[in-house]
Design a protein around this ligand. Structure first.
Ligand SMILES: Cc1cc2nc3c(=O)[nH]c(=O)nc-3n(C[C@H](O)[C@H](O)[C@H](O)COP(=O)(O)OP(=O)(O)OC[C@H]3O[C@@H](n4cnc5c(N)ncnc54)[C@H](O)[C@@H]3O)c2cc1C
Length: 484
């Protein structure tokens, strides 16, 4: 089995031996065909293979608290879990996911769920990744449907299109240019005037000068449902020894070994997880975690991922009206670019600044009206701020005036606030690549407000990096080098 308990890891490895991933030819395997969602991911016949031998895998010595896997992933958010899913489906590798809490307890659980292209730019480095990732989400939903299940139920899936809306003449002109640009990039995109919007989205009010960019092919998920389904897919590999989730168990250090100091695994609060590849997908915590992991070592790694706090206001069982599409105000795009303020004298980051609130409204598959969202730099604070909640409510009312007529008592009873820490990178794009001085460690983090959208593309990119497969999206722009 690939997952075994052991005492003295890699004791049989010679210093310069390199790891070769086991293939179905390299080990005796019991192949048993199974079906599971996401089977369209792979063109090869799917099988579960139980690893029985591996040339370089050490002979295990039983111990209560140590295990070995081909890959250990730190972080059970959408990024870590989708990487695990991709590797489990596409390869024969064994995978462990370890989290300091439980799946979906980070930013992922707070996410609004839009998988949109409407607010993205074809000129940005992330465009190809976003387009590929949206395609992979659509394939995932199709594969659920092909297996007789309902993606609406299992993923919170809705292909209901998105509207990027503006209320002034300038914003309308900008949206017309955006539609042209998105159309030229190959997407179905249409400009809707305020008159057109009366029939398309009756509750939305943009004024006579306003309008919207409409992308009918944009879609959304419910992050909690999607994560539960992905976890179920991953767990199907557990009985064959290819998957394990270790939760409520923070990673505290890296195990390094040998003359070249390669990482051989991670130490958690409860166990040692030995592994030939370590993937850091710890969201907002990744920067601090990496600094701690390498403290006092020969490696200096400063990946400037920071938490960017966001509030969402959720109205349960919302029945006052419904939305046909997902909505976002065009100002959201400029709010993304607001930088974390620094003290001009010391150059140090100041927390508690640069608050912005922009309207985003979606209806999820559980009948909730989800209103977003705020952005601010407040360290790791996750307390509810009532001023921000009321600002989100007011902003939503500016676009959906019917909200202003609702009784505040009813709203308070049915409202929930979700708070999450988006993993922010100052240059606005995720970090996906190998750590320069430690080539068997891969980072996948810094997705800020797009982690749900970019998850499946990121997972594919990481898996291809690991398995040496052809790339769908170029990963050079996301490399770790030079991002400090
Ligand atoms: C209000 C809000 C709305 C959003 N809406 C959308 C949206 O509509 N569409 C979209 O695409 N994106 C959206 N996002 C962004 C998206 O949620 C994030 O980009 C994404 O969830 C990041 O996923 P992640 O896996 O990198 O991080 P996380 O989900 O934060 O997961 C990181 C995990 O690492 C674990 N961890 C940390 N330290 C350790 C350690 N030492 N040991 C073990 N585990 C550790 C944490 O416990 C956590 O579970 C939104 C975010 C917010 C806050």
């Amino acid at each position: 089995m690939a997952s075994v308990t052991m005492k003295s890891p890699f004791s049989k490895l010679r210093p310069n031996e390199t790891f070769s991933h086991p293939t179905r030819h390299s080990h005796a395997a019991t192949n048993k065909a199974i079906t599971f969602f996401g089977s369209k991911l792979s063109r090869k016949p799917l099988s579960l293979a139980v690893h029985t031998t591996s040339r370089l895998r050490p002979q295990p010595v039983i111990s209560a608290s140590a295990h070995t896997f081909d890959v250990v992933i730190i972080g059970a958010g959408i990024i870590g879990l989708t990487i695990a899913r991709h590797l489990l489906i596409e390869s024969d590798l064994s995978v462990a996911v370890v989290d300091k809490a439980v799946p979906c307890s980070g930013a992922t659980g707070a996410g609004q769920g839009y998988i949109w292209m409407v607010h993205k730019s074809p000129e940005s480095d992330s465009w190809g990744l976003a387009a590929r990732s949206q395609r992979l989400w659509k394939m995932f939903a199709e594969s659920v449907r092909d297996q007789g299940r309902d993606p609406f139920e299992l993923l919170g899936w809705k292909k209901n299109g998105s509207l990027l809306v503006g209320r002034t003449h300038e914003e309308a002109e900008m949206l017309k240019r955006k539609v042209k640009q998105l159309s030229e990039a190959g997407l179905r995109a249409e400009y809707l005037s305020s008159h057109d919007l009366l029939s398309e989205e009756p509750e939305l009010v943009v004024g006579k000068d306003g309008g919207a960019a409409f992308l009918p092919d944009d879609c959304q998920i419910d992050a909690t449902r999607a994560v539960a389904t992905i976890e179920k897919v991953n767990q199907q590999f557990a009985s064959k020894g290819r998957f394990a989730g270790f939760y409520h168990d923070p990673v505290t250090s890296i195990v390094r070994y040998g003359s070249n100091g390669e990482a051989q695994g991670v130490q958690t609060s409860k166990r040692t997880l030995y592994s030939k590849t370590i993937i850091v997908a710890a969201g907002s915590w990744s920067g601090y975690l990496l600094r701690d992991l390498f403290k006092g070592s020969d490696i200096e790694l400063d990946v400037p991922v920071r938490p960017r706090k966001g509030h969402l206001l959720v109205l349960e069982n919302f029945s006052s009206f419904s939305l046909n599409h997902g909505l976002m105000e065009v100002g959201y795009i400029s709010h993304l670019d607001i930088k974390e303020p620094k003290d001009s004298a010391s150059g140090l980051v100041q927390h508690g600044n640069a608050l912005s609130v922009s309207m985003a409204a979606t209806m999820d598959t559980s009948g909730r009206l989800v209103l977003g969202s705020s952005r601010e730099f407040a360290g790791f604070n996750t307390e509810v701020n009532d001023f921000i909640v009321s600002s989100i409510w007011k902003r939503a009312g500016d676009y959906l005036p019917k909200l202003k007529g609702l009784s505040l008592t009813d709203i308070t009873a049915a409202q929930k606030v979700r708070i999450g820490l988006r993993p922010y990178m100052p240059d606005g794009k995720p970090v996906i690549g190998r750590v320069p001085a430690l080539s068997n460690m891969i980072l996948a983090t810094g997705h800020e407000g797009c982690g749900l959208s970019l998850a499946l593309g990121t997972a594919e990119m990481v898996a291809h990096m690991l398995l040496g497969k052809p790339k769908f999206a170029d990963h050079a722009a996301f490399s770790v080098h030079g991002r400090g």
